[in-house]
Ligand binder design. Structure first.
Ligand code: PLP
Length: 385
């Protein structure tokens, strides 16, 4: 807990601290057994799972049967994108996928694997504007095996026209998968009126436990299962469901939705103060987050500095920020999102993502503003690799 109180945490889009209500309900239900059991303890587990499904359906405007629990947002994305591509392959077709160049790796790498692997999928990428938004949906005018589009980008926070995409997909009978991992719990979601076929969410992005994802899946069409097993959860995601994780997710989501309007107003103000403070303190700041955007995202570049140096210097001062780039290999690479938006490679390498959330206070913003001038000038002195 102490790490939470004495650090200034600005990586809420990566994961946000779990809500106490979710911890409490998880602990209460930690001894719940197999929801598939046809005896008393099984019925108890089944009723916990059913309650979780009902609460989630209520929060996201869908039917309880449409709620499928997974192990992560990544898994939910894989089930949908691979599953619909595989369904086309089973019909003897070469799958056609329409997606965007700014997807999270959970979708991006899945599409690449389907295109390069035995499936040989054809892929069309909807172009992105310099503000990070998808505007031209022309590729959706012809039918595809699956279209996959994120509702809001995890790096810039840019909100995408998913309702328009859903309308275009309905015209051609294309199943649309919406990656709503950054949106669920932060913006209103009504799955039934949206018109998408599947939608992915992830509990740890709205104060639920890590390791629980959600796939909303309409009754038809359904993705072909990508894992096989005991047929649980309509066969879409077989395996014994985690009832305690499910109810903790449902409780966290209800709380997030109840607080949503007030929290959006609060975060919009805090983020605006951070942005204007950075603009005043740092010369040549480049702001990559453009409206319409999520209220807690601020993605900026400090040209002349490497993101790695900035992160290390901020970290030594108790300030936790992230780069937008994929640096899991330890090598700082330019963000694929910024490159797709046409941002210069060097500028991209100095990109830092501040994401504010439920626990962010004025004090956290003050800490960044107190140190940013010094941090950036030291990082610029260290130069680019
Ligand atoms: N999709 C988006 C847009 C995300 O931001 C993330 C996580 O950052 C994921 C998918 C993957 O979610 P998870 O971490 O639950 O696998």
């Amino acid at each position: 807990m102490s790490t939470r109180t004495n650090r200034h945490y600005f990586d809420h889009a990566a994961t946000t601290p779990i809500r106490q209500s979710a911890v409490d309900v998880w602990v209460e239900n930690a001894d719940v057994l197999n929801p598939g059991g046809t005896y008393a303890s099984g019925r108890r587990a089944q009723s916990v799972l059913a309650e979780a499904r009902e609460m989630i359906a209520d929060a996201l405007g869908c039917e309880p049967i449409e709620v499928v629990f997974t192990g992560s947002g990544t898994e939910a994305d894989n089930i949908a994108v691979r599953g619909f591509a595989q369904a086309a392959a089973h019909r003897g077709e070469t799958p056609r996928i329409v997606t965007t160049p700014i997807e999270h790796p959970a979708v991006k790498e899945t599409v690449s694997a389907l295109s390069a692997g035995a499936t040989h999928a054809d892929v069309d990428y909807l172009p992105v504007t310099s503000t990070g938004h998808i505007e031209d949906l022309s590729f959706l005018q012809s039918p595809a095996s699956v279209a996959a589009m994120m509702w809001a980008n995890n790096e810039t926070g840019a909100i995408q026209p998913v309702a328009e995409a859903a309308r275009a997909c309905q015209e051609t009978g294309t199943p649309l998968h919406v990656d709503a991992v950054q949106v669920v719990g932060h913006l209103p979601v009504d799955f039934s009126s949206l018109g998408a076929t599947t939608l992915a969410a992830s509990a740890h992005k709205f104060g639920g436990p890590r390791g629980v994802g959600i796939l909303l899946a309409k009754r038809s069409p359904v993705p072909s299962p990508i894992i096989t097993g005991g047929g649980q959860q309509r066969g879409i995601r077989p395996g014994t469901p985690d009832a305690a994780g499910a109810i903790a997710t449902a409780v966290a989501l209800k709380e997030a939705v109840d607080e949503m309007d007030a929290e959006r107003t609060r975060l919009t103000q805090l983020t605006a103060r951070l942005r204007s403070g950075l603009e005043e303190s740092v010369d040549k700041l480049v702001v990559h987050t453009c409206e319409p955007n999520l209220s807690g995202h601020l993605f900026v570049s400090f040209p002349g500095a490497e993101a790695d140096s900035l992160i290390m210097l901020f970290d030594s001062l108790g300030i936790e920020v992230a780069a937008g780039s994929a640096c899991s290999s330890g090598v700082n690479r330019a963000s694929h999102v910024l490159l797709a938006m046409g941002v210069d490679e060097k500028v991209s390498r100095g990109a830092i993502r501040f994401t504010l959330g439920r626990t962010t206070t004025d004090d956290d913003v003050d800490a960044v503003l107190a140190h940013v001038t010094d941090v950036v000038s030291r990082a610029r002195l260290a130069g680019m690799a």
